[in-house]
Design a binder for this molecule. Structure first.
Ligand code: BG6
Length: 511
């Protein structure tokens, strides 16, 4: 059967397909490839969004033939597909998967890659367009790019393109991020570099821009005159699991803040861009990052809190302390929780605190942006039995219950004026059903079309690390923390509550 004969089960006319290309996955035997990348490509195939002229090459050290790789991936997809498994579609898709076994530190591997690429270009008509996905250990990023360059596989000429998606973490502080940028720019132009942040693949994150800029009613009140403060929470109930080796080197601040949390912050706080061109949007995001008020060492002490979980209980189960997780040293001083208070120094946000918190082993999994408006200027109802008139609260629910809610005061029916707070709630699922997704589909598709709007530019990455490095430097200079300082299953250490309660405000909790 020809692949073009397969009746796809997804959307019949969704828009144009990605460009013809070969996607090369470095680190193809890893978790990311099997859990996210291949299932995402399969979803794109279902939606008719892959070009007919498309192929994938997985590269990893292990010896495997193309067929053994296909068999392995065919097993994995049954476990990780996010949409119904369609065997006709899969059988067709899997024929376009190839495998190259080799050490990516060895220049010979790239020579073999070159041969395979040109074979597949002829076979599949992929027009010498190559999308490299670096799903390797971060210390290999610069090396792989340098080797691609040395083999002539990064050069764009005669109308074909070469693009590289780079996973996080992109550096570990401002100095290493800058040096990585310098290294890879010796080989690639900025327009060829796609620094991925999987948060930007989430529908609800993309919807922040639509919510703000496709609706006329929110922008006029989206500023310091009407907004009291903003809370951004990325809470996880899981621990570090098997990722202790990586995580212990990173910690919550590096792992989550300069990337995912700052994406949420910049999309919430940025000015309307002049267009939705990649650079127009990223110009506005970077302005916010640069406007984050820099913290003096004394402010780092007052405005930042870190914690590490001890043993405790989540979802009714006893769970071990961070220091007892696999690959974590028993005396680790790495933080698994961080809370910050930041200000953005511009006209829109003058004196509006942004409270950010993220951590592992918290009471629930929730990612949300809560915008707390100021109270009404004059409380007409103060002679009624109402003690506290709650100010309006708008919450962008990113996950797991994607949606948007708005709280406002309403009269409770009855002869006496009693006020209560009611919730107006929009849930994605109710309106649009569930779209099967790994969160990588849109990002891969955009890269195939050369749209970098949802990827980080070099200056964004460096500006983000700039903020985080200041905090990191002060923490490093302090005497050691008494870790663990919160029990698994609670909202971080007590100091996190103090951070916001000192200002007469309080954190939101799980529903
Ligand atoms: C990753 C972090 O980037 O994001 C992990 O390294 C974290 O530590 C994960 O668990 C959270 O992603 P999500 O999509 O589950 O919110």
């Amino acid at each position: 059967m020809e692949c073009t004969d397969v009746k796809k089960t997804g959307n019949d006319s969704p828009g144009k397909t990605g460009d013809p290309c070969i996607m090369i996955i470095f680190g193809a035997s890893g978790d990311l490839a099997k859990r996210k990348l291949i299932p995402a490509l399969y979803n794109l195939a279902r939606e008719n969004l892959l070009a007919k002229e498309f192929a994938v090459i997985g590269i990893a050290r292990r010896e495997m033939s193309h067929d053994e790789f296909r068999n392995k991936i065919s097993q994995d997809i049954k476990e990780y597909a996010t949409s119904d498994f369609d065997s006709d579609l899969w059988n067709c898709f899997v024929q376009r998967l190839y495998y190259l076994s080799g050490d990516i530190q060895n220049p010979g591997t790239y020579k073999q890659l070159q041969v395979l690429l040109s074979e597949l270009d002829t076979k599949h008509g992929t027009q010498e367009n190559y999308l490299y996905y670096l799903a390797t250990a971060p210390d290999l990023f610069a090396h792989v790019i340098q080797q691609i360059g040395a083999t002539g596989l990064a050069q764009e000429e005669n109308g074909h393109w070469r693009r590289v998606i780079i996973e996080k973490p992109f550096g570990r502080d401002v100095v290493s991020a800058r040096s990585l940028n310098n290294e890879i720019r010796k080989v690639l132009n900025e327009s060829q570099i796609y620094r991925i942040d999987h948060y930007l693949g989430k529908e609800t994150v993309q919807n922040i821009m639509v919510f703000r800029f496709a609706n006329g009613i929110f922008e006029p009140i989206w500023n310091h005159r009407y907004i009291d403060h903003v809370q951004i929470t990325v809470a996880e109930d899981i621990g570090v699991g098997q990722r202790g080796g990586y995580y212990d080197q990173a910690g919550a601040l590096r792992d989550m803040v300069p990337n995912h949390m700052f994406q949420l912050l910049t999309l919430t706080a940025m000015e309307p861009p002049i267009s939705f061109e990649a650079d127009a949007v990223r110009d506005e995001q970077v302005k916010i990052l640069r406007a984050i008020q820099s913290l003096s060492p004394e402010e780092v002490l007052r405005f930042t809190v870190r914690g590490q979980y001890g043993d405790g209980e989540t979802k009714g189960q006893r769970v071990p302390a961070y220091r007892l997780e696999p690959s974590v040293p028993p005396d680790s001083l790495t933080e698994t929780f961080v809370a910050l208070k930041l200000y953005i120094d511009n006209w829109r946000w003058a004196n509006v605190p942004f409270y950010l918190r993220t951590g592992k082993r918290l009471p629930c999994r929730v990612t949300e942006i809560a915008i707390q408006f100021k109270s009404a200027p004059f409380v007409l109802f103060r002679k009624t039995s109402v003690e506290h008139l709650k100010p309006n609260l708008l919450v962008l629910h990113i996950q797991p219950d994607e949606g948007i809610s708005l709280n406002f005061g309403a009269k409770i029916p009855g002869p006496v004026v009693h006020l209560g707070t009611v919730d107006m709630e929009f849930k994605y699922e109710d309106y649009f059903g569930r779209t099967p997704s790994t969160g990588h589909e849109r990002l891969l598709y955009d890269c195939m079309l050369g749209d970098a709007t949802l990827f980080q530019r070099a200056d964004m990455v460096e500006a983000s690390w700039g903020v985080v490095s200041t905090i990191q430097d002060v923490w490093k200079a302090l005497t050691e923390r008494k870790f663990p300082n919160y029990e698994a299953g609670v909202w971080g250490p007590k100091e996190a509550n103090d951070l916001i309660e000192r200002d007469g405000r309080e954190w939101r909790t799980c529903k």
